[in-house]
Design a binder for this molecule. Structure first.
Ligand code: ADP
Ligand code: MG
Length: 383
């Protein structure tokens, strides 16, 4: 009964409202803890890396995450399968710098909570620049994670089909821009997921109210009681679409993905538990691949809508997303991946993979191996 109620569109909409999110956090909640799903993840294919003989394998420190569907256990599985020396790395402890000395490579994102993300951004920057470690995600990628403004700036440079966004850190400028804008707009805050920080703005009056609050002394309330939207606004053109958010997960040249249906009576799909798994349009895969190549990241999750004018328009992207199963793509009910060939052809291959394992392999391949080769060559030439 309660489950059925939770699944109804009205209740889902309510749960995505700011008031609910704020109130919910005043009630008792399970404290975040580490989940170890070893024993439940073994039925996916083993992901193997062809590490050249004669080159030392790096020592990898794993930063654990608090996710319900953890990433760190998949990273560990990959490192075990491929015989990489590794250990858990407590980056949160006071002696994190000392502890880092035993590793060449540090991997993992502790959490998408703002405070944790800030911590990781700073510490990975330090590990990279002061200690010469290689991090995944890199500090630059961690900066991109959960920052919708930075995403928009980057897509602009890359010429990707991104929904037009007005981002302003000036109240005066923002007020002028919203007078010229076409409505509806979609207001977003930088740090949010599952649709909670995303709202439809139908009129200039509402846009003015948002600007006024965001530039007020206290800033604008958000779904997180201690966090405010302050000193900036982000308005995106609403893209009329076919009622789905299409998510493409790129890892190297492999593509996975699925559809999320917009909740009835709402315009948002993210976090609504409305996933549909079926074949993806080639054009959507090409858009995602172009984004990944432009960003030069091992793994990229690209969310887009199919606009009524036929275009696939990116509304946001992320360097990582929640992955619940090793089946992130189904074509005619068969789990697998699309492979994007060098000549642009796209073919389907069946298989069940943990995307995080594939992402780690790609990172080692693209970013760590060249560095190991370089160091080995220098050492053998006596430089
Ligand atoms: N510009 C837009 N036009 C149409 N629908 C949008 C637009 N931006 C977001 N949406 C809808 O709102 C949902 C949440 O927005 P998104 O930017 O993806 O935020 P979140 O980080 O919460 O997933 C999307 O899944 C999509 O259905
Ligand atoms: Mg989204």
């Amino acid at each position: 009964m309660l489950k059925a109620l939770k699944k109804s569109a009205g209740v889902k909409r309510l749960r995505k409202s700011m008031t609910y999110s704020r109130l919910r956090q005043l009630l008792p909640m399970r404290e975040p803890g580490y989940i170890d799903d070893r024993g439940q993840i073994e039925d996916a294919e083993e992901v193997r890396i062809d590490w050249p003989a004669g080159l030392a394998k790096p020592r990898v420190g794993i930063v654990r995450d608090h996710e319900e569907f953890p990433r760190w256990t998949k990273y560990r599985r990959f490192l075990e399968t491929n015989g990489f020396p590794h250990d858990l790395y407590d980056i949160h402890a006071h002696d994190w710098i000392e502890r880092a000395r035993q590793f060449d490579v540090v991997i993992g994102l502790a959490s998408n909570e703002i405070n944790r993300l800030e911590e990781i951004r700073v510490k990975y920057h330090f590990l990279e620049t002061a200690l010469g470690k290689i991090c995944y995600p890199s500090a630059a990628q961690a900066l991109l994670y959960e920052d919708k403004s930075l995403e928009a700036y980057i897509t602009g440079v890359c010429g990707l089909p991104f929904a037009n966004a007005i981002i302003s850190h000036s109240e005066e400028d923002a007020l002028a821009m919203i007078e010229k804008a076409r409505y509806p707009l979609v207001s977003k805050i930088n740090h949010s997921s599952g649709s909670v920080g995303v709202e439809l703005v139908r009129t200039p009056q509402k846009a003015r109210r948002i600007v006024g609050q965001a530039f007020s002394r206290k800033g604008r309330k958000t779904h997180i009681p201690w966090f405010r939207q302050k000193g900036y606004v982000y308005f995106q053109d609403y893209v009329p679409n076919d009622g789905y958010d299409i998510r493409v997960l790129m890892v190297g040249r492999m593509a996975f993905g699925y559809y999320r249906k917009v909740l009835s009576g709402d315009f948002r799909a993210s976090g609504m538990d409305t996933v549909e798994k079926r074949g993806l349009p080639e054009e959507a895969i090409r858009v995602a691949r172009a984004a990944q190549r432009c960003l030069r990241v091992p793994h990229l999750v690209v969310d887009m809508v199919h606009a009524l004018d036929g275009r696939y328009v990116i509304i946001e992207f992320s360097i990582v997303c929640q992955v619940q199963t090793p089946e992130q793509l189904h074509v005619d009910g068969v789990p697998g991946a699309y492979i994007v060939e060098d000549n642009g052809d796209i073919r389907f291959e069946k298989g069940r993979y943990w995307v995080h394992e594939l992402a780690l392999r790609q990172f080692l391949w693209d970013e760590v191996l060249p560095r190991v080769r370089e160091t080995t060559a220098k050492a053998s030439s006596g430089c």
